[in-house]
Structures are given as structure tokens and as C-alpha cells.
Design a protein around this ligand. Structure first.
Ligand SMILES: Cc1cc2nc3c(=O)[nH]c(=O)nc-3n(C[C@H](O)[C@H](O)[C@H](O)COP(=O)(O)O)c2cc1C
Length: 190
């Protein structure tokens, strides 16, 4: 079983990241290949990077860092639910990534991006560049949702279309396969 961490990458009041993440979580939770840990960065409430040492040293001085490190360490794979902000992704997600280092190493990552006309693809591309530095392995299949506001109903719920459902299914299958392939490499690196 793959321990899949789903990270809600937006923290602003009224964010649509929440309903999008609820959809991703409901699909992944119903899939017996995965055990789910949902991280709401608004709840996690990490301060801006406040560790004195480079995270690769793992000499963490703050309790919140030690807890975040243990939680990410326990995960086998990740889905980032990520809005596009100014052609990139959100600062809370960048901060949460930058806090740690080897905890992310050789683990698969899928991105469910959303935004305006581009479907959050520029944000997703920026995520891929960041995570390459950490040894996260990105899936080829990603969920990309353009004009996100049109898929939020009157109750604030995200309404997926057929393409969203298909891409999420592909992405989850790729994550499960990559986890199987990467797990022995993680063991040998440890
Ligand atoms: C500060 C800011 C910058 C944005 N920049 C972009 C952008 O560059 N491209 C885009 O497609 N949408 C952009 N948007 C629209 C967001 O993708 C959209 O509002 C989305 O709902 C934000 O996600 P959230 O509700 O989870 O915070 C931006 C929104 C905000 C608040």
C-alpha cells in the first residue's frame, strides 16, 4: 500500500484548493492502493523558513520542523493540489517544500493544478523545476483544470468533468507504479 500525502497548496480564505483537494481525496481514499494523509497548509501553519541550518543536514531546531519532517518521512508519495499565482505556484507550498530535503527524496509526485486559461500548467511547471532539486519524481499524467471557477457549484463543491476524472485515474496509477519502482532505491539510499 502506498502512503499518499495530499497537500492543499493554497491557504487563502475562500480558496478553491479545498474543494479540489476534497475531490482528489475522495477518489484516492476509495482506491485500496492508497492510505491517505491530507495536509492542509492553512492548518499546518508553518512559519516562513525559520531554521538556521540547510535542511539537508536535518539538524532541525524547531518542533514544527521536526513534526513536518516526520510526517513527510512517513509518506511514500505525494499529490500537490496547486493553484497558479502569477505564472507560478503559491508561496505556502514553496515554503513547506523548502523546509525539508531528504524527506522528499525518490518519492513520486503528482500535481493537480488549476487556474485560468492555462489550467495552472505554468504553476505545475514551476513545481517540477523545484522538486527536481529534491529528487521527487514527477508523474507524466497530471490533472490540469482551466477556468476553475466554472467547476465550483453553488455549494462550493468542485464538479469534475470526464477529463479530470480520467487524468486523476492515470495520475494515481502512475503514482502507485512509481512507488513500487522507487521504493527499493529509497531503501538502498537509506
Ligand atoms: C495572487 C493571484 C495570482 C493569480 N495568478 C494567476 C495566474 O498567473 N494564472 C492563472 O491562470 N490564474 C491566476 N490566478 C487565478 C487563480 O488561479 C484562481 O483564483 C484560483 O482560484 C486560486 O486558487 P485558490 O482559490 O485555491 O487560492 C491568480 C489568483 C491570485 C489570487
Amino acid at each position: 500500500m502506498t502512503k499518499l500525502m495530499i497537500i492543499i497548496g493554497s491557504v487563502r480564505p475562500g480558496r478553491v484548493g479545498l474543494p479540489v483537494a476534497e475531490w482528489v481525496t475522495s477518489v484516492a481514499s476509495a482506491d485500496d492502493r492508497f492510505e491517505i494523509d491530507v495536509v492542509d497548509l492553512a492548518e499546518l501553519n508553518l512559519p516562513m523558513m525559520d531554521e538556521p541550518n540547510h535542511p539537508r543536514l536535518r539538524q532541525y531546531t524547531k518542533e514544527h520542523t521536526k513534526e513536518w519532517s516526520a510526517r513527510v518521512d512517513a509518506a511514500d508519495a505525494f499529490v500537490f493540489v496547486a493553484p497558479e499565482y502569477n505564472y507560478s505556484y503559491g508561496p505556502a507550498l514553496k515554503n513547506a517544500i523548502d523546509f525539508l530535503h531528504s524527506e522528499w527524496f525518490r518519492k513520486p509526485l503528482g500535481v493537480a493544478s488549476y487556474g485560468g486559461i492555462s489550467g495552472g500548467t505554468r504553476g505545475a511547471a514551476a513545481i517540477r523545476a523545484t522538486v527536481a532539486a529534491l529528487g521527487l519524481v514527477s508523474t507524466t499524467a497530471n490533472v490540469e483544470i482551466p477556468f476553475i471557477a466554472k467547476q465550483i457549484d453553488d455549494d462550493g463543491k468542485f464538479v469534475p468533468n470526464e477529463r479530470n476524472e480520467l487524468m486523476l485515474a492515470h495520475m494515481l496509477t502512475e503514482i502507485a507504479a512509481l512507488d513500487g519502482a522507487l521504493r527499493p532505491l529509497r531503501t538502498s539510499a537509506a
